[in-house]
Ligand binder design. Structure first.
Ligand SMILES: NC(=O)c1ccc[n+]([C@@H]2O[C@H](COP(=O)([O-])OP(=O)(O)OC[C@H]3O[C@@H](n4cnc5c(N)ncnc54)[C@H](OP(=O)(O)O)[C@@H]3O)[C@@H](O)[C@H]2O)c1
Length: 271
């Protein structure tokens, strides 16, 4: 059936990002909610999406089974839990629907499943869907390429008290962008924790530090610390709508792409 608007399924509609996605779907032209899921234990199952996520009544009931949510949808957006992504991915593969994955913290096994599925369906996966952070990734790569190991690199992130994974997917991507700029392997230079007698800082190391508390939507700072000067590149998210708008934009872009694993850099033309 041909549609003027993009019919979108939201996996995880009752969550913080799910609520922001519904607002973004209302805001981005030619976008309609056509399916919605929550966990099998969710108190929202069987209710209209508007009851869990607010806004106008949509006549879309919240399901536990992603296959049901995909029936009337052309594309899906996943903001759930890392364990739930594998089930949602399998449903998209079976129904041959493109998938935008915003969920973070996947195991290596799930990452491999996503890469394999991308041979058959188009997938956008990005730990951060905002335009600002994706521009920051480019700026960090550029700065790291210009500043040698005399400049120590530290990635700091702060998030609300409910966030489950650490460091954030965005912090890891910023570390990877810095490593790419320096043409080194992230796994060889990353330092994820410090406690006790750690000794002096290793030359060329990329350090991570994490804050959790309150309702911080997401702050990231990459510092290049030299002798006598510091450069700090910072992004602060003040509203989840910034991520949600990017995810809906990615869904539109993805609906006309061939199978493949894409990033937000591809969607935004920043490659
Ligand atoms: N890429 C980005 O730009 C970006 C930005 C922000 C957050 N994130 C990531 O997005 C994810 C979600 O964040 P959030 O703050 O929205 O989390 P949240 O508020 O805890 O919401 C999680 C949602 O997933 C649902 N869910 C859990 N298990 C499920 C399952 N098996 N099948 C279907 N739905 C399931 C929950 O349903 P019930 O609770 O109703 O059961 C809830 O709707 C996290 O991984 C976070 O790191 C990414």
């Amino acid at each position: 059936m041909a549609h003027d608007s993009l019919q979108i399924a939201v996996f995880g509609v009752s969550g913080r990002m799910g609520r922001a996605l519904l607002a973004a779907i209302d805001e981005v032209p030619r976008s309609v909610l056509a399916g919605a899921t929550a966990s099998a234990n969710s108190r929202w199952l069987g209710k209209d999406a508007s009851e869990a996520a607010g806004g106008i009544k949509r006549n879309v009931s919240i399901e536990a089974d992603p296959a049901v949510a995909l029936r009337n949808s052309q594309v899906a957006i996943d903001f759930t839990l890392p364990e739930a992504t594998a089930t949602n991915l399998a449903a998209c593969l079976a129904a041959k629907r493109p998938l935008v994955i915003g969920t973070t913290g996947h195991s290596e096994q799930v990452k491999a499943q996503i890469a394999a599925a991308a041979k058959q369906i188009p997938i956008v996966m990005a730990p951060n869907m905002s335009l600002g952070v994706n521009l920051l990734l480019k700026l960090v790569e550029l700065a790291a390429a210009k500043l040698d190991a005399d400049y120590d690199i530290e990635v700091f992130e702060a998030h609300h008290r409910h966030k489950k994974d650490a460091p954030s997917g965005t912090a890891l991507a910023l570390g990877a962008a810095a490593a790419k700029g320096r043409d080194v392997d992230t796994s060889e230079v990353a330092e994820y924790s410090r406690h006790g007698n750690t000794g002096a800082r290793k030359r060329g190391a990329i350090g991570f530090s994490v804050f959790r508390g309150g309702d911080v939507v997401g702050d990231h700072t990459v510092t290049f610390a030299g002798l006598g000067e510091r450069i700090e590149l910072t992004h602060r998210a003040s509203d989840r709508l910034a991520f949600a708008r990017g995810a809906v934009r990615a869904a539109h872009w993805l609906s006309s792409q061939p199978p493949g694993l894409y990033s937000m850099q591809d969607v935004l033309g920043l490659c």
